[in-house]
Design a protein around this ligand. Structure first.
Ligand code: ASP
Ligand code: MG
Length: 453
């Protein structure tokens, strides 16, 4: 039995946090592998340095070293500090060599390499800490463990097959002999051996991919909250944490507002039916949220409601566009470069796309070179928010959407766009941003907690 335990930035960001993480890891009864993020703030610091035209590299090195060595000084005795320092210096000189050579800066994967550096040091620190507690532990970079990635800079995906083969050789024997590997999250290496990151916040996904590759029995994501909540507690004070969800519900929710989990985390675990647990490293006794295949009968209609604001609806108008699928395909293609399409809705003569405000100029720029004869007009409606209501088998509950929209109407909000039927666990619709918080509150009180206020 193997458990993969992933610790986020705040769970390895200080001496206390590292000790908490180490205690959680050694208390795990199964064979185990840990996956870590960089210490909190470090990835932002590295990305910031690259974006600063007048960056003073010496200052970057000093700050980076200080942050890690200060914490190391707090958790290690003299002897351990010395052996940590040796390993630290080895990695640190590679880090400096990478940044000092200006030729590297033109490499398309340079940013991936630099931003992945934090993980290399947090993993080292945690492995030394666990060793100092009398257990066998080793820090493995993704290069050493054999985590492979494919795709474009800053948005890679794990090559699960290749990773599985290499981890069977590099990692499994270690785990089976009682060693605890601490592996860097956030990135894999591409076919040229270059670091390729999985996008910001991608260590959750890395842990799930590693769980998949190792055929793990459990993936635990240790973070700083008690799992998924039924709504944002800042909006809904009686929001509760959700004990159990299925994979689809968690994926839909992660994709929306809920920042608890990187949205791509679910898929690699789901493929192999590996349960994922979200746990709070500050409150390890709290059950958190268990995500798995099982369905449990519940009384409440909805499990959670979330929102995403700063969105815009871009509507294309053209007579009888519905009878011109080629034109529709062409229009869709123009949205190919936006970060995400949060919804699409069509009618006889319109096609509406829901995208982030920041992506509107890009989309309009691309639409400009569409044949004007084809399109009669383009409208943009900004200042809208997407509401995502998640629950089991919503499609099977007759009249449910009527009830939901009835609630929305009761607070006088206007529904601007609807996406229903695409997923059987979520009902998504768009309202003006100023109504979004009230919509969340009424849906939560009517359909989650069942106590209308
Ligand atoms: N350290 C990376 C980031 O800040 C990856 C992660 O934390 O998941 O984006
Ligand atoms: Mg995270």
């Amino acid at each position: 039995m193997i458990t993969v335990l992933k610790f986020g930035g705040t769970s390895v960001g200080s001496a206390e946090a590292l000790k908490r993480a180490a205690n959680i890891i050694v208390a795990e009864k199964n064979d185990k592998v840990a996956v870590v993020s960089a210490m909190s703030g470090i990835t932002n610091f590295l990305v910031g340095a690259l974006e600063d035209k007048n960056v003073d590299l010496e200052e970057v090195y000093t700050k980076f070293e200080e942050r890690h060595m200060t914490v190391a000084g707090e958790i290690f005795d003299e002897e351990r500090l010395e052996s940590f320092r040796k390993d630290f210096d080895e990695r640190f000189s590679q880090f400096k060599a990478l940044l000092n050579d200006r030729d590297n800066w033109n490499d398309p994967f340079f940013k991936d390499n630099v931003s992945s550096q934090g993980e290399r040091f947090s993993s080292l620190m945690l492995a030394h800490l666990i060793s100092s507690m009398g257990y066998k532990s080793v820090a493995l970079t993704s290069e050493m463990a054999g985590v492979y990635a494919i795709g474009n800079p800053l948005s890679g995906s794990c090559d699960l097959k290749k990773t599985s083969v290499s981890m069977a050789m590099n990692v499994r024997p270690m785990v089976e002999s009682g060693v605890i590997p601490i592996i860097t999250g956030f990135y894999g290496i591409n076919e040229d051996g270059k670091p390729l990151t999985f996008g910001r916040g991608g260590s959750d996904y890395a842990a799930s991919a590693i769980g998949n590759a190792l055929d793990a029995d459990m993936v635990e994501i240790w973070t700083d909250v008690n799992g998924f909540m039924s709504a944002d507690p800042r909006l809904v004070p009686d929001a509760v944490s959700i004990e159990e969800m299925n994979y689809s519900e968690a994926a839909e929710l992660a994709y929306f507002g809920a920042k608890v989990l990187h949205p791509r985390t679910i898929e690699p675990a789901r493929m192999k039916h590996i349960p994922v647990k979200i746990k709070n490293s500050y409150q390890p006794e709290h059950p958190g949220t268990l995500i798995h295949n099982l369905r449990k009968k519940r009384d409440a209609l909805l499990k959670s409601v979330a929102m995403k604001s700063d969105l815009s609806i871009v509507t294309l108008r053209s007579g009888e566009i519905a009878y011109r699928p080629k034109l529709m395909a062409k229009a869709l293609d123009k949205f190919g470069e936006v970060d995400a399409i949060y919804g699409v809705s069509t009618s006889l003569s319109t096609m509406a796309f829901l995208i982030h405000n920041n992506d509107v100029p890009k989309a309009l720029g691309n639409l400009r070179d569409m044949d004007l004869e084809d399109l009669e007009g383009i409208d943009v409606k900004s200042g809208v928010a997407l509401i995502c209501a998640v629950g089991d088998d919503l499609l099977d509950r007759s009249g449910f959407s009527g009830e939901v929209f009835g609630a929305v109407k009761d607070i006088g909000a206007n529904v601007e766009m609807i996406s229903e039927g695409a997923s059987d666990v979520s009902l998504n619709f768009v309202v003006p941003t100023e109504s979004a918080a009230d919509v969340i509150k009424i849906l939560h009180s009517r359909f989650v907690s069942g106590v209308e206020q």
